[in-house]
Ligand binder design. Structure first.
Ligand code: NAP
Ligand code: MG
Length: 481
């Protein structure tokens, strides 16, 4: 068993029970971690609270230096971290290496910002006596960071780096199924010289430790990324304690392909936007609406591109022109996706590609394209978290925007066109927090990212991401005469 990290020590926790971590590509147990309890949560939060006393007083420049030292250690161990991520998450080596690259880029972004947190000065009326005002920016204290299983490292970094650079301490709760690489990274933060208790990691099941973490009196701020259902649950728990929260939740991103689009580029973008990470992405092209004029051409291109995806072990390279796609992360996730697909087929959808699973161990599923399922089918309204791409034919932009917005979600959206009026309308009328024109990509470190509607609220990434870890405090300075 590899321990969790509390107050700078790896520990098996109060109960001493373990929880297996399984490789989704082989279904074999690769390691076990402690099954955390409320007592462990309390120990971790208390450690973080104690560490906050001194940590908040450190120079921002010193905090940035420590983060850069941790980044250097991540670079040093890049290969080991990559393989660890491949085995616990299931993603292929190139995708895992890409995730580590993105993590390092994001950590650097906040190391650079640490020394650039600036407050303000305000002259005040002197009716009572001469005085001026300052707005100073303070860290909050203990942050609880709850991370999902699809991008365990980048979504750790988007919380860890701004929290620490702003002067907070942190208790991280990785997904029960992806704790291993997170623990390795936390060790590297210790090795880099972060004081004990500044970074803590609690392992175990969210359903068992989540409530204790979210409601702990000494947790000031909850940074959650995960499904809308769990987000709603923890927001309810945290409400009586008025915790500061960010909610990065589920999505069902629409993609609109207009008649003037570069169809080859659109097909490529949509394939990556849907099948990267075996389709387990928050930002993912989950509903494609194609104008009549280019529907056949796009479908043909997409079918050809997606036909190249080959499910297999993440650590084995696919032979060109095949493209490796890993397994689903859990068997439950695959079951649910198969049910959503069946519902689409029952509702008149036509299966163009895939639809089944390979006859091997591992939670694999063949990349799937389904066309024109009923507009009230589950794939049109629920999040599909895996390699299933539904495509609909539309006749104009009004219809496309109407369907795009007929969803409770509002995370991302993409439009493929060079028509400036269409771009203007999608930018202003589609409900989504992140939009791309002639692109489909992940969240950029440089831009604030977060959803609207049931995809949540608050921002990660960007300068704005740091704001969510600071409190503005007004200070009036009198006695000047
Ligand atoms: P999930 O099931 O909602 O779990 C997310 C995290 O919450 C995990 O660490 C989970 O722990 C924990 N959790 C579960 N129950 C909890 C409780 N009662 N209290 C506190 N924490 C609890 O999500 P997932 O399956 O890992 O990830 C997929 C979802 O995340 C998708 O909906 C996806 O769209 C969304 N996502 C959103 C973004 C974004 O930025 N908007 C990014 C990535 C993913 P356990 O693993 O132990 O259950
Ligand atoms: Mg889940």
């Amino acid at each position: 068993m590899t321990g969790m990290l509390i107050a700078g020590e790896r520990t098996e926790g109060a109960a001493g029970e373990g929880l297996d971590v399984v490789d989704p590509a082989t279904e074999e147990t690769i390691e076990s971690v402690p099954r955390g309890t409320a007592a462990d949560v309390d120990a971790a939060v208390e450690a973080a609270h104690r560490a906050f006393g001194e940590w908040q007083k450190t120079d921002a420049e010193d905090r940035a230096k420590l983060l850069r030292a941790a980044i250097a250690l991540i670079e040093r161990d890049r290969k080991d971290l990559t393989m660890s991520l491949v085995h616990e998450q299931g993603k292929p080596v190139t995708e895992a290496a890409g995730e580590i690259h993105h993590l390092v880029h994001g950590l650097n972004f906040y190391a650079d910002l640490a020394t650039k947190v600036r407050g303000s000065y305000q002259p005040l009326p002197s009716a009572l006596s001469k005085a001026y005002g300052m707005v100073i920016r303070r860290p909050m204290g203990v942050v609880a960071a709850i991370v999902p299983n699809n991008f365990p490292l980048t979504l750790l970094g988007t919380k860890l780096a701004p929290a620490l650079m702003a002067g907070n301490t942190i208790v991280v709760k990785p997904a029960a199924t992806t704790p291993l690489t997170t623990l390795k990274i936390a060790d590297l933060f210790q090795e880099a010289g972060f004081p004990a208790g500044v970074v803590n990691v609690i392992t175990g099941k969210g359903s068992e430790v989540g409530d204790a973490l979210v409601t702990h009196d000494k947790v000031r701020r909850v940074a959650f990324t995960g499904s809308t259902a769990v987000g709603r649950h923890i927001m309810g728990l945290a409400a009586p304690k008025l915790k500061r929260m960010t909610m990065e939740l589920g999505g069902s991103d629409p993609v609109i392909v207009a008649p003037d689009a570069n169809i080859k580029a659109a097909a490529r973008g949509i394939a990556i936007g849907r099948f990267w990470n075996c389709g387990q992405m928050c930002l993912g092209g989950k509903r494609v609406y194609v104008f009549d004029e280019v529907y056949d051409e796009l479908l043909e291109q997409l079918t050809r591109t997606v036909g190249k995806y080959e499910p297999g072990l993440g650590w084995e390279k696919a032979e060109k022109p095949a493209i490796r796609v890993g397994p689903l992360h859990t068997s439950d996730g695959r079951d649910e996706l198969m049910e959503q697909l069946q519902d689409a087929l029952d509702g008149g959808g036509e299966l163009v590609l895939g639809g089944d699973k390979p006859d091997t161990a591992g939670y694999f599923m063949n990349p799937t394209i389904v066309t024109n399922p009923a507009l009230d089918s589950r794939v049109a309204h629920e999040e599909t978290f895996g390699p299933v791409l539904p495509i609909w034919r539309v006749s104009d932009l009004d219809e496309a925007i109407g369907l795009a917005n007929d969803s409770e979600y509002g995370l991302g959206a993409s439009v493929w066109t060079n028509d400036v009026r269409m771009i203007h309308r999608v930018a202003n009328e589609v409900d989504a927090g992140m939009k791309w024109v002639n692109q489909f990509h992940y969240g950029y470190d440089e831009l604030p990212f977060g959803g609207v509607k049931q995809s949540g609220y608050g921002k990660e990434h960007g300068v704005e991401g740091l704001d969510y870890y600071l409190e503005d405090i007004s200070v009036v300075v009198g006695g000047l005469e």
